[in-house]
Design a protein around this ligand. Structure first.
Ligand code: TYD
Length: 222
């Protein structure tokens, strides 16, 4: 049976992930693919319930371990309820943020040990690694300015409100992941006009689709 393909989108605030995901979804559907668009934190009823707790900042007073565990709990539910069944049906899954967001946002907190983060990651994804991760790369200043323009009068969320230095460190952390896992990650310069960004994304996805079937999933639960 034809197996689906799992593509995650990553990047800092204001990188244009949602615009690019919907453009890619349209393009893939036009060429006859079944596409599922989803997002994190959230994407399943259980994970959407946890999303509000995380993004409102309600979990923040309980410390970074609490938040990291909640992201992992939401991810596990999303993987088992939504992503794994869609991949099994042969869909192309486009996910707005996935495990790299936890590596970058929670993993950037020195109070959480790499061992703790690795254990959470293993439980959360249970072998469901993206086949392709598109990292939309943008200078932190530019991303924050775009996010502020999009937000208008709404207050920034728990993560947007952090300092410029933290946003810069996150950008560096994404680029380090891309260097460490070049077979999975493609960095796209998101500082350009949306058409150029979309063209690069389309090329990376075509290449991944051409190589479909080559990817072998390890450690999947039977
Ligand atoms: P969202 O409103 O979906 O924003 P964005 O447009 O930036 O994707 O907010 C998700 C926020 O949650 C974002 O600031 C990153 C953060 N986040 C984590 O800290 N860890 C995670 O594992 C995930 C999935 C998201």
């Amino acid at each position: 049976m034809k197996r689906g393909i799992f593509i995650s989108f990553e990047g800092g605030e204001g990188a244009g992930k949602s615009t690019q995901i919907s453009r890619l979804a349209d393009r893939l559907r036009e060429s006859g693919h079944e596409v599922l668009v989803t997002r994190e934190p959230g994407g399943s009823p259980g994970a959407e319930a946890v999303r509000h707790v995380l993004l409102s900042g309600a979990a923040e007073p309980f410390g970074p371990a609490m938040e990291a565990v909640l992201f992992a709990a939401a991810r596990s539910d999303h993987v088992e309820q939504v992503i794994r069944p869609a991949i099994a049906r042969g869909s192309i899954v486009l996910c707005d943020r996935f495990l790299d967001s936890s590596r970058v946002y929670q993993g950037g907190d020195a109070r959480l040990s790499p061992g703790f983060m690795k254990a959470l990651e293993r439980v959360a994804i249970n072998g469901m690694m993206p086949d392709l991760t598109l990292i939309l790369d943008l200078e932190a200043e530019q991303g924050l300015a775009r996010a502020a323009a999009r937000r208008g009068d709404d207050t920034p969320d728990r993560y947007e409100k952090e300092t410029l230095d933290i946003h810069r460190a996150r950008r560096d952390a994404y680029l380090a992941i891309a260097r460490a896992e070049p077979e999975r990650c493609v960095v796209v310069d998101a500082g350009r006009d949306p058409d150029s960004v979309a063209a690069d994304i389309a090329a990376a996805v075509e290449a991944a689709l051409a190589g479909e079937g080559g990817a072998v999933r390890m450690e999947e639960r039977a």
